[in-house]
Ligand binder design. Structure first.
Ligand code: ZN
Length: 342
């Protein structure tokens, strides 16, 4: 049981005793103060970290590297279980389309609405990759039930079908943009990106033109990674520090160049949700598929889904086992990690 629950039940027990005494005395003041009991502050539980918990998940669109907290004494292998959901398109696939890949990559607007409503109603807090890194590197607390929403490729369908839903539910998301494709048919325009960024949406790199980085020369990789952050930062005037490997393809040279180019972390398409600063260039994600029911979505979110079905060309996807951190690894985790997704 978490410290928070322990304290809450302690509090309720003393309220019950006090209420009983008041009842016996015939007082009308027996009801507990609902306002304080109903809205507990997020707590850090048994965390060894000394930083103060934040009351609310705060997205600071004006954040610059200089705003980051100084490094705390955080264990190098500190880990966090945070589902990073991977989306591509949100929209309808044209009726009669036989394009199986496109169907798999497209979540319908209705399903997306249900999924986002579920997150908001179930107490999940959307955070950014920077928030996750700030926790792992500097001990800056995460809110209870954190989740990271990511969208690859920058399709224009997300402007029409995902952005309004995210705004309505108070959620933020990370969009990985292929910078040379911006403004092309089917992709977001810079005007759309800037409009979304002004509402707190986060834009990061998915390279310049989505070539297979694992089959590229070091020079080509540099061209892809440098050109995309330069373009995004020039347009958005905010730091670009995260990368999504096109089709999940990468190798050690790709990681080396990403580090050289100032990327702080990168996401893959390998199934999983436990992250640490040590594997920051290989963070795992949970793919949300076009055919997923709400029940499947909830299972994925709670990490009780036994991995995606085998899919050609996706490293780590086929037969990926349910991720289970070794015993003891999470002893220093915040209280929110005692959730059902552990
Ligand atoms: Zn992609």
């Amino acid at each position: 049981m978490s410290k928070h629950h322990f304290r809450l039940s302690q509090g309720l027990a003393s309220l019950a005793v006090a209420g009983l005494a008041l009842l016996l005395a015939g007082s009308p003041m027996a009801s507990p103060p609902q306002s304080t009991a109903a809205k507990p502050e997020p707590e850090m539980g048994d965390s060894i970290l000394t930083v103060e918990p934040t009351a609310e998940p705060v997205y600071r669109p004006d954040r610059r590297p200089g705003d980051l907290l100084p490094r705390k004494e955080v264990p190098a292998n500190l880990s966090a279980v945070v589902p990073i959901l991977m989306y591509h398109r949100v929209g309808h696939v044209p009726a009669g389309s036989a394009d199986a890949i496109r169907k798999d990559l497209s979540v319908s607007p209705e399903a997306f609405e249900l999924q986002m409503a579920y997150l908001a109603d179930s107490g999940f807090h959307s955070v950014t990759l920077q928030d996750l890194l700030d926790y792992l590197e500097r001990g800056r607390p995460l809110p209870p039930k954190p989740v990271i929403l990511t969208f690859d490729d920058g399709y224009d369908t997300i402007y029409h079908h995902a952005w309004p839903v995210l705004k309505r539910h108070g959620l933020v998301a990370v969009f990985f943009v292929i910078t040379d494709f911006v403004g092309k048919d089917g992709y977001l325009s810079w005007e759309q990106i800037q409009g979304m960024a002004q509402t707190g949406m986060d834009f990061q790199s998915h390279t310049r033109n989505h070539r297979d980085l694992a089959k590229s020369s070091r020079e080509q990789i540099t061209w892809q990674l440098k050109g995309s952050w330069e373009m995004l930062e020039a347009r958005l005037k905010r730091p670009v520090r995260f990368l999504s490997y096109p089709a999940g393809k990468y190798n050690q040279t790709v990681i080396d160049v990403a580090r050289e180019q100032g990327y702080q972390a990168a996401v893959t398409i390998i199934y999983g949700a436990t992250h640490s600063a040590l594997d920051r260039y290989e963070w795992r994600r949970l793919r949300i598929r076009g055919g997923d029911s709400l029940a499947t979505f909830v299972k994925k979110l709670n990490l009780v889904y036994p991995g995606p079905p085998a899919s050609a060309g996706e490293p780590g996807a086929a037969g990926a086992p349910l991720e289970k951190p070794p015993p003891g690894r999470n002893l220093r985790s915040p209280a929110w990690r005692a959730g059902p997704w552990e």
